[in-house]
Write a protein that binds this ligand. Structure first.
Ligand code: PNS
Length: 166
């Protein structure tokens, strides 16, 4: 059984994530979408909401499990779960610069390899941060997020501390 993990905050999950996760699922027997909480980050959605949105969106795909990463090291999580590879999408050279030290550290800590998949051209510009900003300022993000995410964005209104769209 070749098991991979796609880790991230997924605040919220978007179509660029989904594309990478689907490609990972075609390469591995099982893909764990591991939803993390980084205490240095301020999230729009709770961990439970981020997990629910990922589950709702990925329900129709086989071989995909969604769960929280927990508070420890991703390398340790991979070791405990028998994960052979961490899969990450790369949108740009700055993604690569950010990811390379983590990939090396994770391999040195636990032997787990990181596999980079080049992001699909249509999604190169997407990030959860940009989607939240565009939505909050009244832009249409329907093309970039799954329906369940759009529903929750709309239900939540503009993010706290952001200008009202009224
Ligand atoms: O979507 P994000 O916030 O960029 O995801 C970052 C993530 C989850 C991949 C990273 O923060 C992570 O690996 N967190 C787990 C804690 C850890 O292992 N830190 C050391 C990394 S070498």
């Amino acid at each position: 059984m070749r098991r991979a993990v796609c880790p991230g905050s997924f605040d919220p999950i978007h179509n660029g994530h989904l594309e990478v996760i689907a490609r990972a699922a075609s390469l591995f027997d099982e893909v764990i979408v591991a939803v993390s909480t980084n205490y240095a980050k301020k999230y729009r959605f709770t961990l439970e909401e981020r997990i629910e949105m990922a589950k709702e969106t990925l329900a129709s795909l086989r071989g995909i499990v969604v769960e929280p990463v927990g508070e420890g090291l991703l390398a340790e999580y991979c070791r405990q779960r028998g994960v052979s590879a961490i899969v990450k999408g790369l949108r740009s050279s700055s993604d690569f610069d950010y990811e390379l030290p983590m990939a090396t550290m994770n391999r040195q800590l636990s032997g787990v390899e990181t596999v980079f998949l080049p992001a699909e051209a249509h999604y190169l510009h997407l990030s959860s941060t940009l989607i939240k900003e565009v939505f909050t300022l009244g832009g249409n993000v329907a093309e970039y997020v799954p329906r369940s995410v759009l529903k929750r964005l709309v239900a939540g209104g503009p993010a706290p501390g952001q200008p009202s769209r009224g």
